[in-house]
Design a protein around this ligand. Structure first.
Ligand code: SF4
Length: 698
């Protein structure tokens, strides 16, 4: 009822990469409730986070004034009083805080060179904020030490896609599943992590589409699946190669497509000969007959799609996993037509856009390599400044190692929470404590902000203007519905003020000016203007004309690689970095759950969501609990070679008997105290999905 609110504003949900459009209903300067509207990705639908997870923006823990660490504060550490998170900081004016932030980082640059400073931006930033952030690090410090949480999410998927397809984005929107007759969902739990996308998958299955779900956990989509392959953790390459082996052996591949659009097929075919499903059974745990059925179903489909999540990407062989998925789609010719495609389901709401905007150490905007002299000089011209380093910068996890080594001495962190999200998080926390100068820009005193020298109070999604890009490549307009609390400011403004104090000649008055500058260096934004987004809310890239709403499917006539050909990249089986042994006999895997988003900074301050899931928990199979002598709801201790945590255990038949599933949103039992920091060599993504663990009743 419109009498319930004073105004309504259309914007985009801040949580996952689905990018649902929302209408924010405002009463007395506060968001009263949220409705779903007819965006291209959600068609009016919302999940529990989008509908009920907005009130964190009015939480009393919001940082409303700039803060500077008190002279008498104790040594830096995770020492905040939850009832008074500001206890070790004093209020400051904006001028004082910005001067302190800039002089601290500037001093390190002048004394040790720009390489001594690094930046973590955020996949929660708007496109314009992400662009400004990477520009500040590159232009202001002359180096490329800038990254964000894509490193912990789909970096390996993007590495494989860039290498073999020539583009890191999805080849088809998830909504294309309506034109498919077979779909594979692997290493993903969309019912909890991309719930509105999952509604399209369920509808597909209800209409008779063959849904093949593959995951070491019996994830929620299994109820809708024609085939549920609950394979052994870490056996992804063995399973996918055995599926492809059958397709080769039975001659089910699309030779015409392979000849027209691919390269390296003969090498792939030869490599697959060693992966007969009968021989892989012991490794994968999946009967050869099932593998053969799945291979036939996908290869003979008229239109097949593949969706994947972090169960694929977060392994030391994450890039190999994605290489296999790309090969599988290519050999069946399932790319570039309606109902076909490769779709890594993006996690954060703007991880696609932040990556597109160049918030990564090896690429400038639109994935243009920093090592290319022509690319750098084009950006130097757009930025009206001198050259910057041609050396690839350090990634998120490498930056923390470089702090310990004394190479990195200062950081600017916008909206990221590495004190919760990094693997082996005590290593990251020690690094944060060691920094000589840390500037954190956020809406709360996050665990990371505990270590700050200066905290700059930022804006939540409903308080600012800016564009975001979802998993479907849909660029969407976010709009402010309420004012930031107290003296908090929009993030683009804060970064601009910091840049000015670092001596950069920046003069932006509105995010639309930033967007216009981005378009000069980013062809992906061709035909997409700020004005279009203001009136149409969303345009998919690539858009071929000012009237084209954008291309839902790409690469129907070849790939952005040499001769337009995608590449088969054969992948071999690599065991997990650490395997269970008598001391640590079980397998730990981490992830999200429906109600809590990532490190919990927002959703644990959201009344409804926190009420539904108030307590740190892990899930084990009921038989495992019985064996341990733990009743469901009882407490357990989880220990790995990195550390121990204590938390409540829940019974869940979807978890295999030798596994523990652990959400990473809870600071009181932080999952990443336990996780293994071993990295995939290409995507530099940690092995969050496999650690050896001991479980004990307490
Ligand atoms: Fe928000 Fe994702 Fe839920 Fe949509 S599916 S409402 S974008 S959390």
């Amino acid at each position: 009822d419109s009498a319930d609110y004073d105004s309504e504003v259309d914007s985009v949900c801040p949580f996952c990469g689905v990018g649902c459009q929302v209408s924010l209903k405002v009463k007395d300067g506060r968001i009263k409730y949220v409705d779903g509207i007819d965006g291209p990705a959600n068609e009016g639908r919302l999940c529990v986070k989008g509908r009920f997870g907005f009130d964190y923006i009015h939480h009393p823990h919001r940082v409303t004034k700039p803060m500077i660490r008190r002279d008498d504060a104790p040594a830096k550490g995770l020492n905040v009083d939850p009832a008074n998170p500001w206890t070790h900081f004093r209020e400051a004016t904006w001028d004082e805080a910005l001067d302190a932030a800039a002089s601290g980082l500037g001093r390190l640059r002048d004394q040790h060179g720009g390489k001594a400073v690094a930046g973590f931006g955020s996949a929660k930033c708007t496109n314009e904020e992400a662009y400004l952030f990477q520009k500040l690090i590159r232009q202001g410090f002359g180096h490329n030490n800038v990254d964000h949480c894509t490193r912990l999410c789909h970096a390996s998927s993007v590495a494989a896609l860039m290498e073999n397809v020539g583009s890191g984005a999805v080849t088809a929107t998830f909504n294309q599943i309506e034109n498919a007759d077979v779909a594979i969902v692997i290493g993903a739990n969309p019912v909890e992590n991309h719930p509105v996308a999952a509604t399209y998958f369920k509808q597909f299955a209800k209409r008779g589409g063959k849904l093949i779900v593959m995951d070491p956990r019996g994830v929620g989509l299994r109820r809708f699946a024609t085939h549920m392959l609950q394979f052994r953790p870490g056996a992804d390459v063995a399973l996918l190669n055995s599926i492809m082996h059958v397709i080769v052996e039975e001659g089910l591949y699309d030779q015409q497509y392979i000849d027209a659009y691919t390269e390296n097929w003969e090498a792939e075919k030869a490599h697959l000969s060693g992966f007969a499903p009968e021989e892989m059974e012991a490794l994968t745990g999946i009967p050869a007959t099932t593998v053969r059925e799945v291979a036939r179903a996908f290869a003979t489909a008229k239109a097949g799609m593949i969706f994947w999540g972090m169960g694929i990407s977060q392994h030391i062989h994450g890039t190999d996993n994605s290489r296999c998925l790309i090969s599988l789609a290519l050999m069946c010719g399932h790319v570039g037509r309606p109902g076909t495609g490769l779709h890594p389901l993006r996690g954060q709401n703007n991880v696609q856009g932040a990556s597109d905007a160049g918030l990564i150490p090896m690429f400038l905007p639109d994935y243009q390599p920093v090592t290319d002299d022509g690319v750098r000089s084009a950006f130097s011209e757009i930025w009206n400044s001198g050259d910057f380093s041609s050396q690839k910068g350090l990634t998120v996890t490498e930056i923390m190692d470089a702090v310990h080594d004394g190479q990195i001495r200062g950081m600017y962190i916008l909206g990221e929470n590495p004190a919760m999200s990094d693997p082996d998080v005590d290593h990251a926390r020690d690094a944060l404590a060691k920094l000589e100068h840390l500037v954190v820009q956020d809406i709360f005193v996050t665990e990371t902000a505990n270590y700050a020298d200066v905290i700059l109070p930022a804006s939540a999604f409903a308080e600012k203007t800016g564009t975001v890009t979802n998993t479907n490549r849909q660029v969407q307009m976010g709009r402010p519905a309420v004012s930031p609390p107290g003296e908090a400011r929009e993030d683009w403004w804060i970064t601009v003020e910091l840049a000015k104090r670092l001596g950069l000649p920046w003069d932006y008055k509105h995010p639309s000016e930033v967007f216009a500058e981005m378009k000069r260096g980013m062809h992906s934004f061709d035909n997409i203007t700020w004005e279009r987004l203001e009136t149409q809310n969303a345009v998919t890239y690539p858009s071929l004309s000012p009237e084209d709403p954008g291309q839902a499917i790409v690469f129907g006539d070849g790939f952005p690689r040499a001769e337009g050909r995608a590449r088969f990249a054969p992948a071999s089986v690599i065991p997990p970095d650490e395997t269970p042994d008598p001391d640590y006999p079980m397998i730990l895997t981490t992830g999200r759950q429906l109600e809590h988003w990532h490190t919990g900074s927002m959703t644990r301050r959201s009344r409804v969501l926190d009420a539904v899931e108030p307590e740190a928990n892990c899930s084990l199979h009921p038989r495992t609990l019985r064996r341990l002598g733990v009743t469901p709801g009882g407490m357990v201790r989880l220990s790995t070679r990195r550390g121990s945590i204590r938390l409540m255990a829940r019974a869940d038949r979807a978890v295999a008997e030798d596994m523990v599933f652990l959400p990473f949103a809870y600071v009181e039992a932080a999952a990443n105290i336990l996780t293994n920091p071993a990295l995939d060599p290409y995507g530099k993504i940690p092995e969050f999905k496999f650690s050896a663990v001991r479980v004990e009743a307490v």
